[in-house]
Design a protein around this ligand. Structure first.
Ligand SMILES: NC(=O)c1ccc[n+]([C@@H]2O[C@H](COP(=O)([O-])OP(=O)(O)OC[C@H]3O[C@@H](n4cnc5c(N)ncnc54)[C@H](OP(=O)(O)O)[C@@H]3O)[C@@H](O)[C@H]2O)c1
Length: 357
């Protein structure tokens, strides 16, 4: 058993585009649990777009970056948790962590949630069966509320959240249309995820070209635009929105690294179309996880919903996995495996430089 706990800290704040040298690997001793504490061996780490925003100020320098982790309790001096329990929590880009688990009243970084392998692959607790999955669910069904025959358009359509939105739209009887950043992703959307149509937004050099692509792929207009990217795509979608259209605003990744955000033109379309734009944060919906999980697990088990996950290997691959995900290198959800998965026999590469999907 290793005695070294390698972690990834934020070494400096990014100026515009984040680069791998914004991060540094640190080695610390594997922690021991004190009274009321638990030590978790990390198995899978998440890389998420929202982390980029926090790197501008919220995350302290020289501390391990806080992210969602699937792990296994290695030692416990807490009555609720036992050695061997599978858990997830906001435990950070590192191989081990010490947690003093607390109730819901305290910050989420002090909480552990159980992971039930009966629901599906345990790594899904930070993807399809976790926050990205619930985000797609809440945004589509609660805010988008697609009706049979309507058209749902989603951007970042091949990603962790978007890949589910298109499939949920189809479950509701709607047409699903997606935009993504390469021909391979467009093919993935249509051939694997079952989108009715998709287009490569990088081929569209102007808002006008995006509008053209939307008019071609959504001949009856857009009833729901699930926004993951903001910027020109949002502008074009507002122009193509039908009367009483709904726009769940999930993310604006095209603006996360742009300090000179030029804003969105054409907001008058919200008025003209009597549209509803609703920003939402999944943190406000975490209490729904236990009730939602069995339904989502059944959709995956039955094959009615498919999910694509890329697994990178080794703590040393985290900076590259994160930076290239922001640039569009991922298809589906990207996670980094740092420990042997006790439920699948999937072993983690120990080399800190090993990467690849
Ligand atoms: N509201 C919430 O509670 C909540 C929760 C989770 C996620 N989110 C948001 O949901 C969105 C998707 O997150 P995710 O975890 O599913 O990530 P993801 O889609 O798996 O990965 C991010 C993708 O964004 C696309 N992208 C990057 N730069 C872009 C740009 N300038 N214009 C358009 N697309 C760009 C890239 O795909 P392409 O190759 O297609 O460019 C990249 O693969 C993000 O905005 C995230 O912040 C919000």
């Amino acid at each position: 058993v290793s005695t070294v706990n390698t972690g990834v800290v934020l070494a400096r704040r990014p100026a515009g585009r984040v680069t791998e040298d914004c991060f540094r690997l640190v080695e610390r001793p594997v922690p021991e649990p004190g009274p009321g504490e638990v030590v978790v061996r990390h198995l899978y780490l998440s890389v998420d777009p929202y982390l980029r925003g926090r790197m501008d100020g919220a995350f302290p320098l020289d501390e391990v970056v806080q992210v969602r982790v699937v792990g296994q309790v290695a030692a416990s001096r807490h009555e609720r948790w036992s050695e061997g329990d599978l858990v997830w929590g906001f435990l950070g880009w590192q191989e081990w962590s010490r947690v003093r688990p607390s109730g819901e009243a305290v910050g989420i970084e002090d909480r552990l949630w159980p992971v039930d392998p009966a629901h599906g692959p345990i790594a899904y607790a930070i993807s399809a069966l976790g926050m990205p999955g619930l985000t797609a669910w809440v945004g589509t069904f609660d805010l988008g509320r697609p009706e049979p025959g309507e058209t749902v358009f989603v951007s970042a359509a091949a990603g962790a959240v978007g890949s589910l939105v298109g499939q949920f739209a189809r479950l509701a009887g709607a047409r699903a249309v997606g935009s993504a950043g390469s021909a391979a992703k467009v093919a993935h959307c249509v051939d694997v995820l079952g989108y009715d149509a998709a287009f490569d937004y990088r081929e569209c050099r102007s808002v006008g070209a995006l509008v053209e692509a939307l008019r071609t792929t959504c001949p009856d207009g857009v009833d729901v635009y699930f926004d993951n990217v903001g910027g020109p795509t949002l502008e074009a979608a507002l122009r193509c929105l039908n009367a009483f259209g709904r726009v769940p605003v999930c993310g604006m990744i095209s603006r996360y690294e742009d300090p000179d955000d030029p804003g969105v033109k054409g907001l008058i379309n919200v008025l003209a179309k009597r549209a509803t734009m609703t920003g939402f944060s999944i943190y406000d919906h975490l209490h729904r996880l236990p009730g939602w999980l069995p339904r989502m697990a059944e959709l995956l088990r039955s094959g009615r919903v498919v999910y694509h996950q890329e697994t990178w290997q080794g703590i040393g691959s985290v900076p590259e996995a994160f930076v290239s995900m922001l640039a569009g290198g991922n298809v589906g959800k990207r996670v980094v495996q740092v420990g042997d998965d006790p439920t699948s026999g999937s072993t983690a590469a120990t080399s800190s430089a090993a990467a690849g999907s």
